[in-house]
Design a binder for this molecule. Structure first.
Ligand code: 5GP
Ligand code: ZN
Length: 114
């Protein structure tokens, strides 16, 4: 996916502030943070969104969530954090490469949808 922003970030063609990387995933700080800690974690393989996941992705998605737990610990998010994956137009997905937002560092209250 040559014109995918996140594929280009993974390849290092677009600079990013790396937080974590392993063989299957890359995590970096969101360019427009919505909370004191706002990190995106993406699979290195291009997958469009949660809606495109199939059984073959299960191990990678599982690993991504283990990595989210590690990152949250390293970022000091013991008091809580939120994981969001906007999927499709109604959810406001703007980058069509699967990504999980990790948001924390402030109290976000109980509501899910503003
Ligand atoms: P979405 O709206 O698709 O759920 O989230 C896309 C996120 O990617 C947004 O929070 C946006 O700020 C972030 N983003 C878009 N382009 C870039 C970029 O070039 N670098 C970084 N670090 N974040 C980006
Ligand atoms: Zn991509």
């Amino acid at each position: 996916m040559e014109d995918c922003i996140f594929c280009r970030i993974i390849k290092g063609e677009i600079p990013s502030t790396k937080v974590f990387e392993d063989e299957i995933s890359y995590a970096f700080r969101d360019i427009n943070p919505q909370a004191p800690v706002h990190i995106l974690i993406v699979p290195k393989e291009h997958v469009g969104s949660v809606a495109e996941l199939t059984q073959e992705h299960e191990a990678k998605v599982g690993r991504i969530f283990t990595n989210i737990a590690k990152i949250a610990k390293e970022e000091g998010l013991e008091s809580g954090f939120r994981v969001i994956s906007n999927t499709g137009a109604d959810a406001g997905q703007t980058v069509p490469h699967l990504h999980f937002h990790i948001l924390g560092g402030k109290s976000m209250g109980e509501g899910l949808v503003p």
